[in-house]
Ligand binder design. Structure first.
Ligand code: AMP
Length: 185
């Protein structure tokens, strides 16, 4: 099962992706986590993307697409995966479509976690993960980047009839149950 977990920053994608990973025994791939680990370990990729993540802007499409294609070629993803934070632009979505087609594979579900903007800001500022981009100013940048660059990705998948909108308000478990119900349909 190949799943895209989509939504604005602070919607709870990471939290839900980890729960889905346990429930369905398929690995979770978070591009943000990969970048943060690379920054922490000061790898060439980390050095390249650090200032971009700090600013709340997006890493260039080519870098992300190559990274994801490379990561997904790992055997552990052969029975499926949950993508969190990718694709984040229409260019990335089209590249991902091409990647799937090349591998005779397809997307099974596109789950959109819908959360009002006031709630997103509150959640991010209170989650206390110590992320450099979790400040009021950076959150504003990330939300505006989301609206401009990332939201159009949803239309791309709506055209494919894949989008399932999930109410992202409520407890973690309530939201998880909604996602499972959508996936088990
Ligand atoms: P996230 O953990 O998904 O919120 O991602 C944190 C940051 O990593 C983003 O604000 C971007 O700077 C970068 N990033 C993560 N995924 C992508 C992506 N698919 N395309 C471009 N930049 C990304």
């Amino acid at each position: 099962m190949n799943i895209i977990l989509f939504g604005p920053p602070g919607a709870g994608k990471g939290t839900q992706a980890k729960k889905l990973q346990n429930e369905y025994s398929i690995p979770h791939l978070s591009t943000g986590d990969i970048f943060r680990a690379a920054i922490k370990n000061k790898t060439p990729l980390g050095v390249k993307v650090k200032s971009i993540l700090d600013s709340g802007e997006l890493v260039p499409d080519e870098t992300v697409v190559d990274l994801v294609a490379d990561e997904l070629s790992n055997e552990k993803y052969q029975d499926g995966y949950i993508l969190d934070g990718f694709p984040r632009t229409v260019v990335q979505a089209k590249a991902f479509d091409a990647f799937l087609a090349k591998n005779n594979d397809s997307l099974d579900a596109f789950i959109f976690l819908s959360v009002p903007e006031e709630e997103l800001v509150k959640r991010i500022l209170s989650r206390g993960e110590g992320r450099a981009d979790d400040t009021v100013e950076k959150v504003k940048t990330r939300l505006s980047v989301y609206r401009k660059e990332t939201e159009p990705v949803m239309n791309h998948y709506k055209d494919q009839g894949k989008v399932q909108k999930i109410d992202g308000m409520g407890s973690i478990d309530e939201i998880f149950e909604r996602i499972k119900a959508a996936l088990d349909q």
